[in-house]
Design a protein around this ligand. Structure first.
Ligand SMILES: *[C@@H]1O[C@H](CO)[C@@H](O)[C@H](O)[C@H]1NC(C)=O
Length: 360
């Protein structure tokens, strides 16, 4: 069977000797009518029309804009079964579903401190819930756009944190992964709040930290603000590769590089998703804040994290709380997703938490 297609391909390439006369004929034909310059002009005009109309289409169709920001339809890797975290090398993780609203089930993973991995084999939800009684602190992880709670860079971070002795609880917002519903800013925040309250009941007086990555830094900050407003701040807020607000992020995202020179006012009128304005939110947060950002991040530029830190360090509500900014140099190449690789991370975290990790 194999030789046939091969010979057909070869046959196809064999056409080339006939080509010179053939091609010359065709091209003189093709360009004869309009002339090369005329054709190029038409192409250029079309590109110009597309270039100018895209922002307006995006502006007029909020659903396109939301899709571009959320990217929840991008499910990478495609074939992972979120019911089986063990397939991702997480042998001490359970998958389950919570219902923040009638008809909306969201998928959750609970990874116990890795020292419990042997005990965890074959255990059910009840056993996992009972492990919250251990003194180990809990980290609630809020992932960024695109992909699911099973994305590899996320899984690697759960491994690092559970290896230090923390419970890690992560979930897919409605509209992501196997969670029901469609994505919205309101939905993300209310799912996060629901899970936080659920965890707070389980964790009791143990530390409960929030960790947001990328778009999840907007959700985590928003959640922290809600909690601070209610007088029940989280134990800390960790923002990995955060942005400042969606406008600045949209402006600096590689996909919109061709539009980077649009005047700021135009961006303002194009951007409709505004609530996740972290710069404004940090004015209302009062809990320890840690910002991690790689200098070579091309998805959310380093300058945005730095700017956020500058604003946070002037924020009145954060006075008296630890506010730290940890840049990761260009040479380490951690980019947007690989800060978990830093051998310094355990030290950075114990320094920030002001205590040694439960598991050395
Ligand atoms: C289970 O996971 C733990 C923690 O990541 C690891 O140390 C251990 O080797 C794993 N065990 C198996 C059988 O894969």
């Amino acid at each position: 069977m194999a030789p046939r297609p091969v010979s057909r391909i070869a046959g196809h390439f064999d056409l080339s000797p006939n080509c010179p006369s053939d091609c010359a004929d065709k091209s003189s034909h093709r360009f004869g009518g309009y002339g090369l310059m005329g054709r190029l002009k038409r192409i250029f005009l079309w590109l110009l029309v597309i270039y100018i109309s895209v922002p307006f289409i995006v502006k007029l169709c909020p659903s396109i804009q939301a899709k571009l920001v959320f990217l929840n339809f991008v499910r990478l890797p495609y074939f992972i079964d979120l019911k089986r975290p063990q397939d991702q090398g997480l042998n001490h993780t359970i998958n389950f579903y919570l219902q923040p609203e009638p008809g909306i089930n969201i998928g959750v993973w609970h990874t116990v401190p890795s020292q419990m991995w042997k005990e965890a084999q074959g255990k059910d939800r009840e056993w996992y819930d009972s492990t919250f009684k251990s003194p180990n602190p809990v980290i609630m992880y809020l992932h960024g756009n695109a992909g699911t709670r099973g994305g590899d860079h996320r899984v690697q971070l759960y491994k690092v944190l559970s290896g230090l002795g923390y419970h890690v609880v992560t979930f897919d917002y409605r509209g992501w992964g196997d969670s029901d519903g469609s994505p919205s800013e309101r939905g993300m925040t209310s799912d996060a709040l629901f899970l936080y309250q659920w965890l707070k009941l389980k964790a009791g007086s143990k530390p409960l930290h929030l960790w947001g990555h990328s778009l999840g830094t907007g959700v985590a900050s928003n959640l922290a603000r809600h909690l601070c407003d209610r007088g029940i701040p989280p134990d800390s807020l960790i923002l990995e590769s955060p942005f400042t607000n969606i406008r600045e992020e949209a402006k600096s995202h590689p996909f919109s590089m061709v539009y980077r020179y649009l005047p700021v006012e135009l961006w303002d009128c194009v951007c409709i998703l505004m609530i996740q304005n972290i710069v404004l939110i940090v004015e209302h947060i009062s809990c320890p804040l840690l910002i991690l950002h790689a200098e070579d991040d091309s998805v959310v530029p380093f300058q945005l994290g730095k700017k956020l830190y500058d604003m946070a360090s002037q924020s009145k509500s954060l006075v008296g709380h630890k506010v730290q900014f940890i840049p990761f140099p260009f040479s380490l190449a951690y980019k947007h997703k690989f800060i978990y690789r830093s051998p310094e991370l355990p030290h950075i975290l114990s320094n920030f938490f002001g205590m040694t990790h439960p598991q050395a």
